[in-house]
Ligand binder design. Structure first.
Ligand code: FMN
Length: 439
């Protein structure tokens, strides 16, 4: 079974053996350098990626576990906190406890943002930038705990065992309303004190699914302009409706890992090979609208998690070594940065690199192959990772995420509130035992 790296030698020899060609730098000091974006300063290059806890209140406010998570992230010292998937319409929630920003609970979000900033300032001497991820869960909507899919098109890959009635395909008029809700979500995020908003377009939630709606008729399907319409128009709407110093961004899937016509960023020859020409066009369009920061990701966590979050242990045996998966995301991200040097770019999917992660991302950043390094599962296991990287130049091998997928297992169970079962076991082991029957 593959193992997360706990020594540089292990990483370097596997990187050579698998010809993954990931760069490596002994010196990680670049990760401590500030980064300017849209007139604001991100204090360092380390990012807590969006990590949903499914632990809000029934009406969408941050609850006890939510506050605990962000308190730990705030103390951890990352320069940027990508605040988790937050629904902008009631029916768009992926679970009954997904955060849902609206006028009635705006003050709760305001208090949460203030609390993160105050805590970080007190503990680290600086405030992180915080970007809220605005989402519509589309195909994965479960607002009351049971699937209520709202899909862009019927997809035989996903629906093989569980067909979805075509009347769950959303109309163009509904998509117009989603666009309005995303813009309103951006305005609410600004009012709540976030530094920016992410019009989420990844992991096959609604906006991301539209990117591959090749066979859909109407204004949101077929041509590249149409398939990217919801994202582009929501981004433009947010830029026009929010103030100048509020960042409008997107977490963008640039490759889904499904054959044409069911995937974005894939060659049209029936293979699974990357073709980043459409994502490249999209990035250039978003730049024209004023977007200066993008968070790049790949894959679908429900159908090909080995692409999305390469793991040591998961629901199935992956068809490739996890390092190959990490390299696909990092090298694909670097390819897009090379084509778009003017756009600031955050990478994803580095947790499997273990203690080698800071050295690999530092090497990429030094070579201007991306600008900021996003850590996902790591932040559940090791919320202080940034502090250790910034002060000691390394991560502690006894604290890293082991990529065992137990957080995902919890998340897939009704009522599950994910966290790290291994490193945060006082809170999450009992939850895992109760819901997943694990030891
Ligand atoms: C429990 C869990 C919750 C997640 N929640 C979100 C989310 O709210 N939004 C998002 O864009 N990605 C989410 N992700 C994906 C991560 O942000 C990240 O892309 C993925 O884990 C790969 O990065 P890593 O290798 O550093 O973990 C989640 C992943 C997990 C395991």
């Amino acid at each position: 079974m593959p193992r997360v790296y706990t020594s540089f030698d292990e990483f370097n020899s596997q990187n050579t053996e698998l010809q993954t060609n990931l760069p490596f730098s002994e010196d990680v000091s670049v990760l401590g350098t500030p980064f300017e974006i849209g007139g604001k300063i991100i204090p360092n290059r380390l990012v807590c990626q969006a990590m949903e806890g499914c632990d809000g209140t029934a009406d969408g406010r941050p609850d006890t576990l939510t506050k605990r998570r962000y308190d730990r992230f705030a103390k951890g010292g990352a320069g940027l906190i990508w605040f988790e998937a937050t629904a902008v319409m009631r029916e768009a929630r992926a679970n009954p406890r997904q955060l849902f920003i609206n006028e009635n609970n705006l003050d709760d979000f305001k208090r949460e943002v203030e609390s993160i900033k105050e805590t970080a300032l007190k503990v680290n001497g600086y405030e992180p930038m915080i970007v809220m991820q605005a989402t519509h869960s589309g195909r994965y909507s479960k607002p009351n705990g049971t699937p209520q899919p709202l899909i862009a098109y019927n997809n035989p890959i996903f629906e093989k065992d569980c067909p979805i009635s075509p009347d769950r395909i959303v109309t163009d008029e509904y998509l117009d309303r989603v666009g309005e809700a995303l813009v309103k979500g951006a305005m609410l995020a600004e009012k709540a004190g976030f530094d920016g908003v992410d019009i989420k377009c990844c992991h096959r939630y609604l906006n991301s699914e539209l990117l591959s709606a090749f066979d859909r008729d109407g204004r949101y399907g077929g041509s590249l302009e149409n398939r990217t319409r919801l994202l582009r128009e929501s981004v433009l709407g947010a830029v026009q409706s929010c103030s100048k110093d509020f960042l409008v961004s997107s977490r963008l899937n640039v490759y889904d890992g499904f054959k044409h016509p069911y995937g974005f960023g894939v060659k049209k020859d029936g293979s699974l090979e990357l073709d980043l020409s459409e994502p490249d066009w999209l990035i250039k369009e978003l730049y024209k609208y004023g977007v200066r920061l993008l968070n790049i990701t790949m894959g679908n966590p429900y159908f090909n998690p080995h692409v999305n979050r390469p793991y040591a242990q998961g629901g199935y045996e992956a068809p490739e070594h996890p390092l190959t998966g990490v390299a696909r995301v990092l090298n694909g991200t670097a390819e897009l940065k090379e084509k778009n040097p003017q756009m600031a770019i955050i990478c994803s999917a580095v947790s499997f690199l273990g203690t080698a992660a800071p050295n690999v991302v530092a090497a990429f950043i030094k070579e201007n192959k991306f600008d900021l390094a996003g850590f996902g599962r790591t932040v559940f296991a090791y919320p202080d990772f940034a502090k250790d990287v910034l002060t000691k130049g390394s991560m502690d091998k006894n604290k890293i995420c082991i990529c065992c997928s137990k957080c995902t297992e919890i998340m897939r169970k009704p009522g599950g509130t994910p966290g790290c079962v291994i490193r945060d076991k006082e809170v999450y082991l009992p939850i895992y035992k109760e819901l997943c029957g694990g030891k």
